[in-house]
Design a binder for this molecule. Structure first.
Ligand SMILES: Cc1cn([C@H]2C[C@H](O)[C@@H](COP(=O)(O)OP(=O)(O)OP(=O)(O)O)O2)c(=O)[nH]c1=O
Length: 196
């Protein structure tokens, strides 16, 4: 069986992979995350997930028996990608746009080994209740929005804003577990059901 590497600095992704009983080694693959002009959000997240997996594979001294997983998450509203906030003002502006509305969360997962790279994109919809300015300010002060796509975490304090989720909860957090398990099986890597 190939050794699985997770090309991610995200603690959420590590926890999600561990949740379904998949042993892995974490590595960090740095890539340029700039969107290309006119690039659709779905194409963007898929490209980044693939680039993370391929950069991770390229960084290994012995890639022959390795499989590398990369993922990327973006919050999308009216065709606009709302990434991680640059600063407090950016986070507050993002959360103000999301307040009282439904948005899309796109998460791509990619698996690469020495002979192929496969990827999938999972779309989910999340609705927020209306959020007051004072609440947004205290949410920023909590520290949670700083490193999250769309400036919130559904698995954290941000859960109190979420009135509805349609799609994959784990994908919103950072890794679509059903799709990831299926893809891992295709690379001969079992989840909890098949581990002794
Ligand atoms: C929407 C949402 C995002 N997030 C997080 C997941 C990701 O860590 C982050 C999206 O940014 P990404 O750029 O997808 O990932 P990352 O830079 O954190 O990690 P890496 O590229 O090394 O894999 O936002 C949550 O934790 N909860 C949420 O509800």
């Amino acid at each position: 069986m190939a050794t699985l590497y997770l090309a991610s600095g995200s603690p959420r992704r590590r926890e999600l992979l561990a949740q379904i009983g998949v042993p892995h080694i974490t590595l960090i693959a740095s890539i340029d995350e700039t969107a290309q002009p006119g690039e659709a959000a779905s194409a963007y997240v898929e490209r980044l997930a693939r680039e993370k997996a391929l950069a991770g594979l390229a960084s290994l001294a012995e890639p022959a028996d390795a499989c590398v997983l990369g993922a990327d998450t973006a919050v999308v509203l009216d065709g606009r990608i709302l990434g991680k906030p640059a600063d407090r003002d950016d986070a507050l502006a993002t959360l103000e746009i999301l307040s009282g509305r439904e948005h899309e969360v796109l998460t791509a997962v990619a698996l690469a080994d020495a002979s192929r790279c496969e990827s999938r994109v999972v779309a989910s919809r999340v609705r927020f209740r209306a959020i007051s300015r004072a609440e947004l300010e205290s949410y920023w002060a909590s520290g949670e929005p700083a490193d999250k796509a769309g400036s919130y975490a559904i698995q954290g304090l941000g859960a109190v804003f979420v009135s509805r989720v349609e799609g994959s909860y784990s994908a919103v957090v950072g890794l679509p577990l059903l799709e990831t398990a299926e893809m891992l099986a295709g690379f001969g890597i079992p989840c909890w059901q098949h581990l002794g």
